[in-house]
Design a protein. Structure first.
Length: 257
């Protein structure tokens, strides 16, 4: 399975999965249809699946046009998003699996950003390969999503679930927010040498207009403050030792940053 990152809207990413053996494709969170259609045309591939993580329009905006072009496409989303995702036919919950290109993804229920948010995790097929995590707006490179419909407790549980995945998992998050996220991270975790190094690398990459997605989960565990609520430095910044309160206060500080 090959993954292609497509840019959309102002700062969105769409991910196109390609099975070169059968020349079939799937797409994760098509914010708009045109970038997907261009890529499919270049590949000469048929779209057979749309994997939505949640119902926000900058993740499902291309569903209907893609359905019109590929009437046999199957549209997946969380069961809690029933009635909110255009064209949804498959209603997924924690523990379900989806398959593409001979690879099986585990469905993770990760509410917080929205009440129905899910993520798709493709474990490594063979030893030494990478896992692939398509996490929508729950986890970002250097940050996490706003809590529009969920609670801090839900988000901590969701991020804990993602944090438990192997370090050699690529994190395909849906927005190019990394530089701003790391600027905030430095404001609460300035003495973290891994974070200092990462910020310098990301700053240079963005200066060259390079994408910073995908990230690696191992890097997130060392540098993302929203996966590190047990760390004394971050607890001191939040003035709390309670995990949920520490997370909630850090998230509130990020809102005001």
């Amino acid at each position: 399975m090959e993954v292609t990152r497509l840019s959309a809207l102002s700062d969105n990413y769409i991910f196109l999965l390609h099975d070169p053996k059968q020349n079939l494709a799937a797409v994760v969170d098509p914010a708009e249809a045109q970038p997907v259609l261009r890529c499919l045309s270049e590949l000469g591939a048929e779209l057979v699946a749309i994997f939505n993580t949640h119902h926000h329009m900058d993740h499902v905006g291309g569903n209907q046009q893609l359905m019109q072009r590929f009437p046999n496409v199957r549209i997946y989303g969380g069961v809690e998003d029933k009635g909110r995702i255009p064209g949804q036919q498959v209603f997924l919950q924690e523990g379900d699996t989806v398959e593409f290109a001979g690879c099986v993804a585990e469905v993770l229920f990760v509410p917080g950003h929205t009440r129905g948010h899910i993520a798709y995790y493709f474990p490594p097929v063979e030893q030494g390969e990478t896992g692939e995590l398509f996490c929508g707006d729950t986890l970002f490179a250097g940050g996490c999503g706003r809590l529009f419909e969920g609670s801090p407790t839900q988000m901590v549980n969701s991020l804990s679930k993602l944090r438990s995945l192997p370090d050699n998992t690529r994190v395909w998050c849906a927005h190019e927010y990394t530089l701003k996220n790391l600027q905030f991270a430095l404001s609460v975790d300035a003495s973290n040498p891994d974070l200092q190094t990462r910020y310098a690398e990301v700053e240079e990459a963005r200066r060259r207009l390079e994408a910073t997605v995908p990230s690696w989960l191992g890097i997130e565990k060392r540098t993302n403050p929203f996966l590190r609520w047990e760390q004394p430095t971050l607890q001191a910044a939040a003035k709390s030792k309670d995990p949920v309160q520490t997370f909630a206060r850090l998230r509130g500080m990020k809102e005001r940053f």
